[in-house]
Design a protein around this ligand. Structure first.
Ligand code: MN
Length: 184
């Protein structure tokens, strides 16, 4: 998994890189939000960790807001030293998926990487066409449920083969009588 960590503190970066290496994750770092916004399409991260107090003219929440405005949907985790009530809500309101306090709890970071690795693998299968989102059995809502279940299930790496159908061509919609009226 490729992780973008926008962070201007070398000590935090060092810690995150060490934990990421244990899971064979790649970490790319920018210290300011402007560079992150400029290079996001080059990096194409599977997961973003976003410090809030950054070098440069933008804070982390402004960067997240801009990323979401630009249509980026990858998971973003705010990492912030503000231990204030309401901080998590501000992060979520800006478009973050979750919030992690500093100093970063290592066990929580390990767990976070594992969960998003599973989700990334599940999404990669969808992108590869293993499932057809157009079929009733695998609607977008159902897929979201599968992905969330995988992300939450600690045994998901073992069970994902059972939950997801094998890779292969999508079911041919034209052969299904129920969808005949939809064809051109
Ligand atoms: Mn900072």
């Amino acid at each position: 998994m490729r992780v973008l960590y926008v962070e201007d503190n070398p000590a935090n970066l060092f810690l995150v890189k060490r934990v990421a290496r244990m899971g064979n994750h790649e970490v790319i770092n920018f210290i300011d939000g402007e560079e992150a916004l400029r290079k996001i399409d080059l990096v194409q991260p599977h997961l973003i960790l976003m410090d809030i107090q950054l070098a440069g003219g933008l804070n982390g929440l402004e960067v997240v807001t801009r990323l979401r405005e630009l249509g980026h949907t990858m998971p973003i985790i705010a990492v912030t030293a503000y231990a204030m009530v309401g901080d998590k809500e501000r992060c979520l309101a800006a478009g973050c998926d979750d919030y992690m306090p500093k100093p970063i709890p290592v066990a929580r970071l390990v767990d976070l990487f594992q969960r998003y690795q599973v989700q990334t693998e599940a999404l990669a299968r969808l992108d590869a066409g293993a499932l057809s989102p157009a079929t009733e059995e695998f609607s977008a809502e159902h897929l979201t449920g599968v992905v969330q279940a995988l992300a939450l299930d600690p045994k998901a790496t073992e069970t994902s083969e059972v939950l997801l159908p094998p890779p292969g061509p999508a079911p041919d919609a034209e052969n299904k009588p129920s969808s005949a009226e939809k064809s051109s």
